[in-house]
Design a protein around this ligand. Structure first.
Ligand code: PEP
Ligand code: MG
Length: 948
C-alpha cells in the first residue's frame, strides 16, 4: 500500500526545466533505493507520451510499463519546487509526486490526490513551507457523507436482524466505504428504534469514508419485541459531515416522513425522501474497462477530451459507485477504476451527449490511447484447452476429456453458450419499434406457455412460470420503452436494459438475485432472437448431449435427466463438484474436454464414453451400434445389480463392508435407501444450505435434518458440518477474497471463526436426532487443536441438547490429519476419508484443474499410504473408518480400499448397486494381498494395472 508520508517529502528543490526536474526526481528515488538510475528513461518517455500534469500546480511523473524493470521497490516521493517548473507548455508545477510502482498501486495515490484536489489548493501548494503542510494539504478531505440511491436496497429477503446487518454492510463494502471488520463492529444490542419499524445501527471502526446504507426487508421481522422493517447502517468517522447527517436525522425524526419511508418500496423514491443523491434517470451505456493499469491519468485524460466534445453532461460510475462528471480529470481519477470493473456512462437527456455515448463507449473499448486486451463479458477466464483435443487428431473426430461419470451416451449436441446477435443501434420510428418489441415479447410468451403445457416436471414448470412473470414486469417494459424514446432500436433498447439489469443483479452477489440474472439473460436472449429474426435454438426432441463450459452444483435443478443423455464440458475435473453432480444423476459425463467443444454445431451427433473420457463427433453408425450394444450390456448388469441392491455387500469369504450414500439434498435420502444405502455416509450440509435463499435458521435446519433421519428409518446418518469455501462459496456467508481459496478459510477453519454458525448447526442436528443414530464429523481438519476446539463447542451444545446415539469424528482430507491419525484416533469415534481433497492436497493438484486433474488419481500410492496409516491408527483404538470421496465408487479402487481394511464406503446413490455387486464377487484375503502390493507401487497407473 502506497502512503504519502512526511519523511518522503523533499522541500526546496530547484530545476530550470522539466528535464532537470525529472533528473532531480530520479536522484531522490535512487537515493532512497527505490529505482536504478535507468528509471529516468521511463519518466522521460512517459512525459513524451503526454505530460503528467494533474492540476492545481501538481504533477505525477511516473515511468512507462517497460521501465518497471528498473524499480527495486514500490514507493512514492514528493518534491517541492518553490520557483515552479513549466510542465506541459502552459502550466507550472510546484509539487511533483513521483511514483515508482511495480503494478497499479499508483491508482491509490491518484485517489488520495484527487480527493484533496476537489478544492482549489494551487496557492497553498505553491506557498507551502514545510513537509507537514504538504502532507496535510494532500490528505485534507472535505467532510463527507455518502448517501445515495445505490446505498439503498429494498425487498431484501431477510430472516433476522443479522441478515439485514449483513446486507447493509455489503452495500457499504461494495462501494469501498467500509472495510473488513466493519460487520463485526456493528452490535445489534446497540440498535436504535427510530419509529415505524425503522432502526439504525452505527459503527466507527473500519470506516473508509462516512456513509449510510438503508436496507428494507421484504417481510418485517421482530427485534427486541418490536417490528423491524428497515435498517440504517451508519458508518461514521471524524470526517462525517455533521450538518448533512443532522439533516438526515431531522427527516428521520419527523413522524410524517418516517411513515412515508416506511411505506415506500422504491429505492429511487426513498432516496428522494431522505435527500440522498439519486441516480439520474439518463440514457446509460456500460462497458468493462480493459486497460491493464486501470483508468490512470493518461487514459482518463483521453476520456475527458472525448466527453468534452459534447455540450451535454456525461457522467460515469465504476461498478455501482457514485456518478462523477466524465469531463473532470480529477473526478475521473477519484473513482479509481481498475481493469475488469464496469464503467457506466450516463448522458444528459435531450442533448448531443446521448448520441455521444456511442463514441465514448467505442473509445473506452479501443483502450483510450493504450493497447488493451479485451475482456470477454460473457465468460470467465478459462484455462487453456488441453492440446491433445484440438491438434493431435484433427480429422478423425476422436477426442478425449476426463472420465467423470460412467456410461456411454450419444445424441444430438445441444450447445449452451451465449449467442451473438446483429442489430441496428437506432430504430426507424418510435411507433414501429414499440410494435416490434410488443410482438416479440408476445411471441416468446406464447412459446413459453406451450412449453409449460408440455413439460411433466413441476420444477421446470416453476422456472418457466417465473420467466413469464418477468416478461410481464411493468418495470422492465417501462425501462426498455424509455430506451426506445431515445431513438434506440427495439433490439438495442431491450438488450441494453436486460444486460444492465442482469449485471446489477449479479453485482449484489446474492445467490437468489444472481440466479435471477441468469433468468433475465435467458428471456433476454429469447426476445432478442425474435427481434433479430434469429432462429430459436430449441432443445432437441430426443435425449441430447448437453455441451457447456462447465456445469456447477447449482445447475442441477436445470438438468432434466430424461432429456440429458450425457454431459460434455469444456472445463472441470473428475472430482470437481460438476462431476459429482453428474454421477449423482447417473448421467454419463466427460469433463475438461477443452473450449473447442463449445464450437461443436448444435444437433451434430456426439458419442461420449464416461468410462474413459473419450468422445466422438459425428461417429460412424457402426461405432454407435457397437457403443449401444455395449451400453445394453452395461444396462443389463445394472438391472441385475439393482435387483439385489438391498442385500448386504459381503465378500465371498464373508467380510462385510457397509455401503452408504453421499447426498447434498435432504430429499435425496429416500432414493438412496431405495438404491440400497445402509446409511447416509456423507450429508454435504453446505449443499443443503445452498438450497435456501438465505442462511437457514436453527429451526429450518432442524426440519431439514429431520427429513433425512425420518427417511433413514433408524439407519445411521453421518453429517458433515458446513464445508464452505474452496469451490463452494455460500452467497449469504461473506468470505474475503483469497488468492488460494482451497488453501484458505474453508471448512472447519471457517466455522471455528464463526462459532455461532457452528453452534446453531450442531444444536439443530442434536435436536433433530431424537436419539436416532447420528454421526457428526468436521471437515478440513488439519490440526489436532482444530478438532479439539470443534469438539469443545459440540460438548457445550450437547450439554444443552443431550443426544444418546451420537458419534463424533473427523474427515481425513488434509495430509497433516492423516499423518496425525495415531493421536486423533484416541479421541474421535471415527474417521471418514475425503479422498477428493486428500488427493488434491497430497498431490498438490487442484481437483478441478482442467489440465492436471486427471493426474490427481486417488489410487496414487502416496494417497493409499495415508489411507493405510489412518485405517491402522483407527483400528488400533477400535474406531471405524469410512471413505466418502469419489474413490469409494471407482471399480478399480474398491478391492484396494477393502484390502486396506476400510469399514465403510460412501458414494453417490446411483453407484451403490454396482459396487455392492462387485464386492460380492471379491475375496477379502485376496484384496488384502492386493492392497499391500499397491502400497509398494510407484504410480497410480501401476496400481490400476495391478488391479486389472
Ligand atoms: C472429499 O474431499 O473427499 C469429500 C468427500 O468432500 P467434498 O468432495 O465435499 O469436498
Ligand atoms: Mg472435501
Amino acid at each position: 500500500m502506497i502512503a504519502l508520508d512526511i519523511q518522503h517529502v523533499r522541500m526546496n528543490q530547484h530545476a530550470v526545466d522539466k528535464a532537470q526536474a525529472l533528473q532531480c526526481l530520479v536522484n531522490i528515488l535512487v537515493e532512497d533505493q527505490l529505482v536504478t538510475p535507468e528509471y529516468l528513461q521511463g519518466l522521460t518517455a512517459r512525459e513524451q507520451q503526454s505530460a503528467t500534469y494533474l492540476g492545481q500546480g501538481i504533477a505525477i511523473p511516473h515511468g512507462t510499463p517497460q521501465s518497471r524493470q528498473y524499480i527495486l521497490e514500490t514507493g512514492v516521493r514528493l518534491a517541492h519546487f518553490p520557483e515552479g517548473v513549466v510542465w506541459d507548455g502552459e502550466n507550472k508545477i510546484y509539487l511533483a509526486v513521483v511514483i515508482a510502482a511495480k503494478s497499479d498501486e499508483h491508482l491509490q495515490v491518484l485517489q488520495i490526490l484527487t480527493r484533496a484536489l476537489i478544492d482549489d489548493v494551487s496557492e497553498q501548494v505553491k506557498n507551502a513551507q514545510s513537509a507537514e503542510q504538504i502532507i496535510e494539504l494532500l490528505h485534507a478531505q472535505p467532510p463527507s457523507l455518502a448517501l445515495h440511491e445505490n446505498l439503498i436496497a429494498t425487498q431484501v429477503a431477510a430472516e433476522d436482524v443479522e441478515d439485514l446487518i449483513w446486507h447493509g454492510t455489503q452495500l457499504l463494502k461494495q462501494q469501498k466505504l467500509v472495510e473488513c471488520g466493519f460487520l463485526s463492529a456493528l452490535n445489534p444490542k446497540h440498535m436504535i428504534h427510530l419509529g415505524e419499524g425503522i432502526w439504525s445501527i452505527t459503527a466507527n471502526q473500519h470506516v473508509l469514508s462516512p456513509a449510510v446504507s438503508i436496507i428494507k426487508s421484504e417481510q418485517p421481522i421482530r427485534h427486541q419485541d418490536k417490528e423491524l422493517s428497515s435498517l440504517l447502517c451508519v458508518a461514521s468517522n471524524d470526517q462525517l459531515d455533521m450538518p448533512q447527517f443532522n439533516r438526515l436525522m431531522d427527516i428521520l425524526f419527523d413522524p410524517a416522513q418516517l411513515s412515508k419511508i416506511h411505506q415506500e418500496q422504491n429505492s429511487h423514491q426513498i432516496a428522494q425522501l431522505i435527500g440522498a443523491e439519486v441516480i439520474p434517470d439518463w440514457p446509460a451505456r456500460k462497458i468493462i474497462l480493459a486497460n491493464a493499469h486501470g483508468l490512470h491519468a493518461r487514459p482518463a485524460t483521453q476520456l475527458v477530451n472525448i466527453t468534452k466534445n459534447f455540450q451535454g453532461e456525461i457522467q460515469v460510475a465504476a461498478d455501482d459507485g457514485a456518478f462523477v462528471s466524465a469531463k473532470s480529470l480529477t473526478k475521473l481519477l477519484s473513482i479509481g477504476c481498475r481493469r475488469g470493473q464496469t464503467l457506466t456512462f450516463i448522458a444528459e437527456p435531450e442533448t448531443d451527449a446521448v448520441a455521444g455515448l456511442d463514441a465514448v463507449i467505442q473509445a473506452v473499448k479501443d483502450g483510450l490511447g493504450e493497447e488493451v486486451e479485451p475482456i470477454d463479458e460473457h465468460t470467465a477466464p478459462v484455462a487453456q484447452v488441453p492440446e491433445v483435443l484440438t491438434f493431435e487428431q484433427p480429422n478423425d473426430g476422436n477426442n478425449k476429456g476426463i472420465a467423470a461419470s460412467a456410461g456411454l451416451a450419444f445424441g444430438p449436441a445441444h450447445v449452451v453458450k451465449p449467442r451473438e446477435f446483429q442489430y441496428d443501434r437506432f430504430g426507424h420510428s418510435l411507433k414501429q419499434e414499440n410494435e416490434r418489441l410488443d410482438i416479440a415479447i408476445r411471441q416468446v410468451k406464447n412459446s413459453i406457455r406451450q412449453f409449460i403445457a408440455q413439460t411433466q416436471s413441476s420444477a421446470i414448470k416453476q422456472i418457466f412460470l417465473a420467466h413469464l412473470e418477468m416478461l410481464d414486469d411493468p418495470d422492465l417494459i417501462q425501462n426498455v420503452k424509455r430506451g426506445l424514446k431515445q431513438n434506440l432500436s427495439a433490439a438495442a433498447a431491450w438488450h441494453d436494459y436486460i444486460e444492465s439489469a442482469a449485471k446489477a443483479q449479479e453485482a449484489l452477489k446474492d445467490r437468489l438475485l444472481a440466479e435471477r440474472a441468469a433468468d433475465l439473460r435467458d428471456i433476454g436472449e429469447r426476445v432478442l432472437a425474435v427481434l433479430c429474426g434469429a432462429p430459436e435454438i430449441s432443445e432437441p426432441e430426443q435425449p441430447y448431449i448437453l455441451i457447456m463450459h462447465d456445469v456447477g452444483p447449482s445447475d442441477v435443478a436445470r438438468l432434466n435427466k430424461d432429456r440429458v443423455a450425457g454431459i460434455l464440458t469444456a472445463v472441470g475435473g473428475a472430482s470437481a463438484h460438476s462431476a459429482i453432480v453428474a454421477r449423482a444423476l447417473g448421467i454419463p459425463a466427460v469433463v475438461g474436454a477443452g473450449a473447442d467443444v463449445l464450437n461443436i454445431d448444435s444437433n451434430t451427433t456426439v458419442l461420449i464414453n464416461g468410462d474413459n473420457g473419450e468422445f466422438v463427433i459425428e461417429p460412424e453408425q457402426s461405432l454407435i451400434d457397437h457403443a449401444m450394444a455395449e451400453r445394453a450390456k452395461q444396462q443389463q448388469l445394472r438391472t441385475e445389480a439393482e435387483q439385489h441392491c438391498l442385500d448386504a455387500a459381503i465378500t465371498l469369504d464373508q467380510h462385510h463392508v457397509e455401503i452408504a450414500a453421499n447426498i447434498g439434498k435432504v430429499q435425496a435420502t429416500a432414493q438412496a435407501v431405495k438404491y440400497g444405502a445402509e446409511a447416509i455416509g456423507l450429508l454435504r450440509t453446505e449443499l443443503v444450505f445452498m438450497s435456501h435463499n438465505s442462511a437457514p435458521n436453527e429451526a429450518t435446519q432442524e426440519a431439514d435434518y429431520r427429513v433425512v433421519l425420518d427417511a433413514l428409518a433408524g439407519r445411521p446418518l453421518v453429517v458433515r458440518t458446513l464445508d464452505v469455501g474452496g469451490d463452494k462459496p455460500l452467497p449469504y456467508l461473506p468470505l474475503a477474497p483469497e488468492e488460494n481459496p482451497f488453501l484458505g478459510v474453508r471448512g472447519i477453519r471457517l466455522t471455528l471463526r464463526k462459532p455461532e454458525l457452528l453452534r446453531q448447526q450442531l444444536a439443530a442436528l442434536l435436536k433433530a436426532a431424537d436419539n436416532r443414530p447420528l454421526r457428526i464429523m468436521f471437515p478440513m481438519i488439519g490440526r489436532v487443536e482444530e478438532w479439539r476446539a470443534a469438539k469443545a463447542i459440540l460438548d457445550e451444545v450437547r450439554a444443552e441438547y443431550p443426544c444418546d446415539n451420537l458419534q463424533v469424528g473427523v474427515m481425513i482430507e488434509v495430509p497433516a490429519a492423516a499423518l496425525l491419525t495415531p493421536i486423533l484416533a484416541q479421541e474421535v469415534d471415527f474417521f471418514s476419508i475425503g479422498t477428493n481433497d486428500l488427493t488434491q492436497y497430497t498431490m498438490a493438484i487442484d481437483r478441478g484443474h482442467p489440465l492436471l486433474s486427471a493426474e490427481a488419481d486417488g489410487l496414487h500410492p502416496s494417497v493409499l499410504l495415508l489411507i493405510d496409516q489412518a485405517v491402522r491408527s483407527a483400528h488400533q483404538y477400535g474406531k471405524w473408518v469410512g471413505i466418502c470421496g469419489e474413490l469409494a465408487a471407482d471399480p478399480k479402487a474398491v478391492p484396494v480400499l477393502l484390502g486396506l481394511g476400510v469399514d465403510e464406503l460412501s458414494m453417490s446413490s446411483a453407484s451403490i448397486p454396482l459396487v455392492k455387486a462387485q464386492i460380492r464377487t471379491l475375496n477379502y484375503a485376496h484384496c488384502q494381498q492386493l492392497a499391500q502390493q499397491a502400497l509398494r507401487c510407484e504410480s497410480a497407473l501401476a496400481v490400476r494395472d495391478l488391479v486389472e
